[in-house]
Design a protein around this ligand. Structure first.
Ligand code: PAF
Length: 286
């Protein structure tokens, strides 16, 4: 694996690959890698001549400074995992490289995300998706991939980035691939934030998956509002602080209370387990 810290060095290498007509897959990450990330590398390796993974903890997308300072950093292990997965290039830029001129977090950006930004993660993490768009635009401009790989675990982020790619409308067309959430054997969605859970919290965290399964299992029997309320009560009793438990149209994230029995639904959950915020989702009628 080749590691680049500077855009100019990465560009020299990429130019050669582009001239050879090689197709490139790109996996953006913030590090603290787990098998969920590796599954994206694997998907990219199957469909491209080479794969670039970026590792950059983007200060612009953390609405909570505490979350930023506590974000896990496991660089040595990340490099080992990427090597083992056969990743070709790791782009590991500094904050100055991505945001030259000391403008890491304060710059005003205004991507037209519409309704998507007003609900769920957008509502509970103000400014978060603007920060995500800012860094993803920057990374896409630098890397110029053919294929971009994202994990379904961040369902709304996948929708936001797909919208961003449409807005940016690059000459070189970027295909967005959304890959399934990878789960631990007990169902907990793999996430870098799981590293912050203590043993007892880690055990309790599986309730999120259990709730999603419960929602899916009851879909045809009960009123959606009742299912949602029951899931919420279940999580509250298990000691979670709830940001949201929502059942929505999977295509636009509008909440659904009366289901026509046909449209694709997704259940989305965001909760705090003490200090740690966890999210998960499940497509309900697949
Ligand atoms: O999902 C993430 O890890 C980040 O939001 C991303 C897409 C790498 C942008 O910083």
């Amino acid at each position: 694996m080749i590691l680049f810290k500077k855009i100019t060095d990465l560009h020299k290498w990429l130019d050669v690959q582009h001239k050879k007509g090689h197709r490139m897959g790109f996996v953006p990450t913030m590090g603290a890698l787990h098998y969920g990330h590796i599954s994206l590398i694997e998907a990219s390796k199957k469909e491209n001549s080479f794969t670039v993974c970026s590792l950059f903890i983007n200060p612009a997308q953390f609405n909570d400074p505490n979350d930023f300072t506590k974000y896990p950093v496991t660089l040595e292990n990340d490099i080992m995992m990427l090597e083992a997965a056969g990743n070709d290039v790791l782009f590991l830029p500094s904050v100055k490289e991505i945001y030259p001129g000391d403008k890491a977090t304060n710059i005003h950006t205004n991507y037209e995300l519409g309704y998507l930004e007003t609900v769920l993660e957008g509502k509970f993490r103000p400014g978060h998706f603007q920060g995500v768009c800012r860094v993803v635009q920057r990374l896409l401009e630098i890397v110029q991939p053919d294929n971009l790989y994202l994990g379904q675990k961040d369902y709304q982020q996948c929708m936001v980035i797909s919208r961003l790619v449409e807005i940016l409308n690059f000459d070189r067309k970027i295909n967005v691939h959304i890959c399934p959430t990878v789960r631990e054997t007990d169902g907990l969605a793999m996430s870098s934030r799981n590293l912050r859970l203590n043993k007892e919290e880690r055990k309790r965290a599986t309730e999120i998956y259990r709730c999603l399964c419960m929602i899916k299992g009851n879909l045809h029997q009960q009123d959606l509002a009742i299912i949602r309320k029951e899931a919420q009560t279940h999580l509250e009793k298990a000691g979670f602080k709830i940001d949201y438990v929502e059942i929505a149209d999977a295509g636009n994230l509008f909440p659904v209370t009366i289901w026509n029995g046909k449209s694709q639904l997704v259940a989305l959950i965001a909760v705090f387990l003490n200090e740690v915020r966890l999210i998960d989702n499940m497509l309900l009628n697949q």
